[in-house]
Write a protein that binds this ligand. Structure first.
Ligand code: PHE
Length: 448
């Protein structure tokens, strides 16, 4: 194992926050959240989602922080240190499988985003109707070659950043791009809410009809909360292992969660008014953003410029998340298997590109290759977001709540008593009982 003295870490506090926010904020907020909300009834989904973020997402994030920073290790190494000679280190396998599955379908959508950058440059959306935009989208995603090429380009970009390492790679790029994305989304919200017919979209997003809630809505909201915060699979744990011992973990987690939730809501505000204004169905599924936003840009002054900028930033947001997924596997291979960073990165990038291509092609030549009616893309998404991440959440809660000494947890979160933790007992109660039982109940309800 690499010794900790030579282990690279984040260079600054703001760097750590932005890297974590960079992992959290991504396609999950801007692509997945709106379509999940759209297919699960809108506002009711939003409220349950926010409830889960606060009640379960935040405590699980703090639990991952505790394990990661205390051990300064990847998920395998962390459990090996804290619970030697037990089965806990197998959590590392869950991390790796989840990272592979998520990055596979994530890079498909990230590839679509890159193609939209090029289309925006070519001004291809100009004066197209909703029907024409839909045709364009469908013919692109079902093409057997083009989306695969974009996916390969995206995976190469991810690999190159990971190769550059934590400080010069992950930290440098996130610091630059995150604030820019935030301002652009605000500009788009302003345009969207001032469209004719915007009110219906805002009602859809904010006026809940709780009679629409089903077991599926609840599991989707839970899965989305985990997915969006990047918790439940060791990404936060791995990043936390790079955070300096002086930093206040509670403040960092609150800032990350606030940024993540805010961007998801803003994405909803940018999208739903336009969905209704341009007669797009809110339950269009994964294509929702790609059908809606080109419409919005056409109706913005300087839309050509905004369109290009937006899709570039969305690609970057995807990149700052995908690097966190790749880093989990690379950290394992370098620290546990003694592999060189270069070799580990190359191997993982190639391997995941291969599994990723299966997801991309599931919209084209492989669309009939299904299991229980689900394509590879849908299966990878379902297994990771709705099973592995919540399951990881249960395991992390049980570990920190029942297995770690309470004193250690307190010391890590309070920096040995330096910071006051007025809610510590509430946190422990949630992590011991509420989080695991609540997730279990949702599983049982939905899977039986
Ligand atoms: N949170 C990321 C997003 O919202 C996706 C992600 C999930 C990243 C799990 C890392 C781990 O886009």
């Amino acid at each position: 194992m690499q010794n900790n003295q030579s282990r690279e870490g984040f260079g600054s506090r703001i760097g750590a926050i932005l890297a974590l926010a960079g992992s959290a904020v991504g396609l999950g907020n801007i692509w997945k959240f709106p379509y999940e909300a759209g297919t699960n009834g809108g506002a009711a989904f939003l409220f349950i989602y926010i409830g889960f973020i606060i009640l379960i997402g935040l405590p699980v994030m703090l639990a991952e922080f505790t394990i990661g920073r205390r051990t300064q290790s990847n998920p395998f190494g962390a459990f090996k240190k804290l619970a030697p000679r037990t089965g806990w280190k197998n959590f590392g396998f869950l991390s790796i499988i989840a990272a592979i599955l998520i990055l596979s379908f994530y890079s498909t959508v990230a590839g679509w985003t890159l193609e939209y950058v090029i289309e925006a440059f070519k001004n291809s959306f100009h004066s197209k109707t909703t029907v024409e935009l839909t045709e364009h989208y469908n013919s692109f995603i079902s093409n057997p070659i083009k989306p695969v090429i974009y996916q390969i380009i995206f995976m190469c970009l991810t690999g190159v950043i990971i190769l550059a390492g934590v400080k010069k790679g992950i930290e440098k790029y996130t610091k630059l791009m995150m604030p820019l994305l935030f301002f652009l989304i605000i500009a788009m919200c302003i345009r969207s809410v001032t469209l004719d017919g915007a009110k219906e979209g805002l009602n859809f997003l904010f006026a809940p009809d709780f009679s629409k809630i089903t077991g599926k809505t609840i599991l989707s909201a839970l899965g989305q909360a985990f997915f969006s915060l990047s918790v439940g699979m060791g990404v936060v744990l791995t990043y936390a292992s790079y955070i300096g011992k002086k930093e206040n973990l509670v403040t960092i987690s609150l800032q990350v969660i606030l940024a993540d939730t805010l961007i998801a809501i803003l994405a909803g505000v940018a999208i739903f008014p336009a969905v209704f204004a341009f007669d797009i169905s809110p339950d269009s599924g994964p294509g929702l953003v790609f059908l809606t936003l080109p419409n919005v840009f056409q109706h913005m002054p300087g839309g050509y410029f905004w369109g290009i900028t937006f899709f570039i930033l969305l690609s970057v947001a995807a990149l700052t998340s995908s690097i966190s997924l790749l880093e989990v596997i690379v950290a394992y291979l370098t620290e546990e298997k003694g592999m060189k960073r270069k070799k580990a990165t190359l191997l993982t990038t190639i391997g995941i590109t291969a599994t990723g291509v299966l997801c991309t092609l599931s919209y084209g030549p492989l669309k009939d290759f299904t299991l229980g009616g689900n394509t590879t893309f849908e299966m990878f998404d379902f297994i990771s977001s709705k099973i592995l991440l919540p399951l990881g959440g249960i395991l992390i809660s049980i570990f920190v709540g029942w297995k770690m000494l309470k004193k250690y947890v307190y010391n890590e979160l309070s920096n040995d008593g330096k910071y006051k933790l007025p809610m510590f007992d509430t946190f422990m109660f949630i992590i011991r009982f509420i989080a695991p039982l609540c997730i279990l109940a949702i599983f049982i309800n939905e899977l039986t």
